[in-house]
Design a protein around this ligand. Structure first.
Ligand SMILES: *[C@@H]1O[C@H](CO)[C@@H](O)[C@H](O)[C@H]1NC(C)=O
Ligand SMILES: *[C@@H]1O[C@H](CO)[C@@H](O)[C@H](O)[C@H]1NC(C)=O
Length: 605
């Protein structure tokens, strides 16, 4: 078949699947429930992003109250023995900038005066899909009947590239040794209500908002990997680069937190305002000043999640910097302690009163997991048993996480508690989680063997789960099965896949050419203009966004250019460190091991 025919074939298949998925009602999933109410959620298929959709929620009972997040309520008929609620996409989704899954997960809170309702949801596009304009000309399709040949990937190279991606995300005044030639100083005026300097940190994804929850969770994941597998960074010759990279967000967090006033700035930039702009971060205020408000948590707000995660990143930073710069390590620890106390003192999620703008992008579902990991990091560095007691009290037992992600760290906490205490039930929870991702578990597996959680950023979920598996191996459980599974997930990302391409930009010879990323889509700075045409027109991005892991393929292993993000690379990079560590110890099977070719055999067109 010619490339066009293949494209047409996939398009028809996608259209058929699309109608199957959207015509039939799905159950409303329950996240939490209490005596007379639930927090339910449903996932809007990413194929509906960028166009309008409606969802009809039907329940078998009367409902007294409803609250909807991330969607708009159109109508509700809730008082006649049965309830029907219709919602539609929030305008935020039509900005042309679709985001990680927090944008496609719709949360419905319901309260009733009797039993918990049973509900289903049915999602439909407002108008039939014609083409996907934003993706015009950006599809990469291959046709082949041969399975990929297993090969030995160079994890050290992938690791060093990943560090470069974070260098490209830097905001603020860049150092003289900035390795990204098309980046320079930007957003140097970011400031708080009283002029506090808030320059620095990482831009979130392809946009220029600084969201501290995913930023801190990325920094923490990276630091955790360095803490456990420092030898990997050493053997890859990347130790100095890694410390340098990690210091960037940590320095920023130190600016954001003021223990005297008990104020923590946890977002700079406003989602909608920022996403309307397409261009370089260096030019954000060139033609008209962009409004970049700073949002903070005060002692009257609940910010346990974002402040907790930041405390975790700072405490983990204190651990890794201990033998590098004791002064800096102490600085990080002091801030981590006071920020943790702040997070713990007024418990709740940051979207409740403090930073509502974040709810549209990184709405946090719980704060106990962040308090738990923060307490564990503080316990590791101080050895103070009260932190361990805290962690145990915040840990949620017997809950199987949907994912290990910027939002949910319960499985990470289970790993940390297991390391500290060795109790089998923590390991059992980790096992449950990993098995749900492995073949035979709960997740859809693509024909080429990727554990596919969701259409937006599937690789990041698989990479994070692979990291959990490698951490488990490090703790002595899971054995070869976990090791091989993690290896295959990462190998998939580097080239053992249907596209025969690396999903990490710049790795190998074939990789994504046009990620959804403003800075790299622009021609050489500073003179050539840059705007929406630069992303909407076909053709590769002028700058190579070295090291970025893209969102990934669809459920059939087919790839259309998509997003990148700080949180996409973090678990991936730490998983690479885990693989290099095993390699250093001679414990990783090579490509000639028959175990490696199994999944690849299924991977033919
Ligand atoms: C892997 O990549 C690194 C960095 O690019 C390079 O120095 C090294 O020689 C490579 N290793 C192998 C086995 O090719
Ligand atoms: C160590 O950290 C302190 C505090 O951040 C800093 O002032 C100092 O320059 C650092 N020392 C080195 C050798 O980097």
């Amino acid at each position: 078949m010619s490339t066009t025919h293949v494209a047409v074939f996939w398009w028809i298949l996608a259209a058929v699947l699309f109608s199957i998925i959207h015509a039939s009602p799905q159950p409303l999933h329950i996240r939490t429930q209490w005596n007379n109410g639930i927090d339910g959620y449903f996932i809007v298929s990413p194929s509906l992003l960028g166009r309008g959709w409606t969802a009809t929620i039907t329940c078998n009972k009367e409902i007294d109250q409803i609250e909807i997040w991330s969607a708009m309520l159109i109508s509700s008929n809730i008082g006649s023995g049965k309830s029907t609620i219709v919602v539609r996409n929030d305008d935020i989704f039509s900005d042309g900038d679709s985001h990680p899954p927090e944008e496609v997960e719709i949360v419905v809170r319901m309260a009733t005066d009797n039993n918990i309702p049973q509900c289903t949801t049915e999602t439909n596009p407002i108008s039939a899909p014609a083409t996907t304009p934003a993706m015009n000309g950006r599809t990469t399709l291959l046709t082949t009947t041969e399975p990929p040949t297993p090969k030995d990937f160079n994890y050290s190279e992938a690791l060093s590239l990943s560090i470069l991606f974070y260098d490209a995300q830097r905001s603020g005044v860049l150092p003289a040794d900035n390795p990204i030639p098309w980046r320079s100083d930007s957003a140097v005026d970011d400031h708080g209500d009283y002029g506090e300097d808030l320059s620095g940190g990482w831009y979130n994804a392809g946009d220029h908002v600084k969201f501290n929850l995913p930023m801190a969770s990325s920094a923490h994941l990276l630091s955790w990997g360095l803490e456990i597998w420092k030898d990997a960074y050493q053997s890859a010759g990347q130790l100095d680069m890694m410390y340098d990279m990690l210091k960037w967000p940590l320095d920023y967090f130190l600016k954001c937190w003021n223990p005297q006033t008990q104020e923590y700035y946890a977002q700079v930039g406003k989602g909608k305002e920022d996403h309307r702009y397409w261009g370089r971060p260096e030019d954000m205020s060139k033609f008209r000043p962009m409004w970049r408000p700073a949002y903070k948590c005060t002692r009257n707000d609940q910010c346990s999640d974002v402040a907790g995660e930041t405390a975790a990143a700072l405490a983990s930073g204190a651990i890794v910097f201990k033998d590098r710069n004791a002064t800096y390590s102490n600085e990080l620890l002091t801030a981590a302690k006071s920020l943790y106390a702040f997070a713990k003192s007024n418990q709740g999620t940051y979207g409740t009163t403090a930073i509502m703008d974040a709810n549209n992008y990184y709405r946090s579902n719980s704060y106990k997991d962040e308090l738990c990991t923060a307490a564990m990091e503080l316990y590791k560095v101080t050895n103070d048993a009260s932190y361990l007691q805290d962690a145990i009290s915040f840990y949620v037992p017997n809950s199987k996480s949907w994912a290990f992600s910027w939002d949910d760290k319960n499985v990470q906490c289970a790993l940390m508690l297991y390391r500290a205490q060795g109790s089998r039930h923590y390991a059992a929870q980790v096992d449950d989680f990993i098995r749900s991702y492995m073949p035979g578990g709960e997740l859809t597996q693509t024909p080429c063997g990727l554990a596919w959680r969701l259409g937006v950023g599937p690789l990041r979920y698989a990479a994070n789960a692979a990291l959990v598996a490698l951490m488990a191996v490090d703790e002595g459980f899971g054995g070869d099965a976990y090791k091989i599974w993690a290896l295959k997930q990462i190998n998939y990302m580097l080239g053992d896949n249907k596209q025969r391409m690396s999903y990490q930009i710049g790795y190998g010879t074939k990789y994504p050419q046009k990620p959804y990323h403003r800075a790299s889509s622009c021609p050489d700075p500073p003179t050539s203009p840059c705007g929406w045409d630069n992303i909407n027109n076909p053709g590769p991005s002028p700058q190579i966004l070295w090291g970025a892991l893209v969102g990934g393929p669809d459920v059939n292993d087919v790839y259309v250019d998509n997003h990148v993000g700080c949180d996409f690379n973090a678990g991936f990079q730490s998983a690479l460190a885990g693989l290099i560590h095993l390699q250093n110890q001679g414990r990783l099977p090579s490509s000639s091991d028959p175990l490696q070719s199994q999944q690849i055999k299924n991977c033919v067109t």
